[in-house]
Write a protein of this length. Structure first.
Length: 264
């Protein structure tokens, strides 16, 4: 596949920063020249959010690899398996399979768009936390430059004192705490690595599908700004961070000022 090395979303992220009023440095060069591998591996790439990532990256001419389960359906994806996108098969609960998939794909970037709340590892560990530890270990060992993770906004608040609205719902609390620990695992691994970089993109209030993109979403450094975001716009914004040094070591809040905040 012809790969687009110009990375047009470098311009898009500059616009997003400007609209959001971020205290952000200008975007770095279009692409990271230090990247050893190529392409983007999307974990959860057949899901509602992940499919937007995959299809937008395909349209941009990027090499795209989808990490999927054996039972996954590819009906949301553009084109044909093996032609417009590649596939590696792994169960995220199996560290050896995850390592083998990343070693086979050799991506420059991993986007974690997995969404399996309530699942635990076979040994009882929290799912997102344990899988992120496995992902970053394999990423660093096999030349990955950047891991981008989607996570629910306010997850870290749950690690201390859950908001009153959630105190009677242990499923939500456990899911949010698991997500927060995964964020911390990614940040810690990247901070201690000379080659791996982290980017975390937070969101709230994803409208039910199908939801038409508004094109008004922004990436903000203000993690307290509340509002919705469509999955299409969320993927588009996160894709602006692919191999973009301006996003390394950063946590962003993806928010669309034209969509209402979540109901309390």
């Amino acid at each position: 596949m012809t790969q687009n090395r110009s990375r047009p979303w470098a311009v898009a992220i500059a616009t997003a920063f400007a609209l959001a009023g971020c205290a952000a440095s200008p975007p770095g060069p279009a692409g990271d020249p230090n990247a050893r591998n190529t392409g983007v591996l999307v974990i959860g790439g057949t899901g509602q959010l992940g499919a937007y990532h995959v299809n937008q990256l395909i349209a941009a001419g990027e090499r795209v690899i989808v990490l999927a389960r054996p039972s996954s359906s590819f009906e949301r994806l553009t084109g044909a398996r093996g032609e417009t996108y590649e596939v590696v098969i792994a169960d995220l609960r199996n560290p050896d399979e995850v390592t083998s998939a990343i070693a086979e794909a050799k991506p420059a970037v991993i986007i974690d768009a997995s969404n399996l709340p309530g699942i635990r590892m076979e040994n009882g560990e929290s799912f997102y936390w344990a899988t992120m530890r496995n992902i970053v270990a394999a990423a660093e060992a096999h030349g990955v430059t950047q891991v981008i993770r989607h996570s629910p906004r306010s997850a870290r608040e749950m690690l201390t004192e859950p908001p009153a609205a959630f105190r009677d719902d242990p499923r939500v609390i456990n899911y949010m705490r698991d997500s927060a620990r995964a964020e911390i695992a990614l940040e810690t691994a990247a901070r201690n690595s000379p080659t791996l970089n982290s980017t975390i993109v937070l969101n709230r209030n994803l409208p039910p599908e199908p939801a038409t993109a508004t094109g008004n979403g922004t990436l903000s450094d203000d993690l307290n700004v509340d509002g919705g975001i469509t999955r299409s716009d969320l993927a588009r914004l996160a894709n602006t961070c692919v191999l973009n040094p301006a996003c390394y070591g950063r946590t962003f809040n993806a928010v669309d000022p034209t969509l209402p905040p979540p109901a309390r």
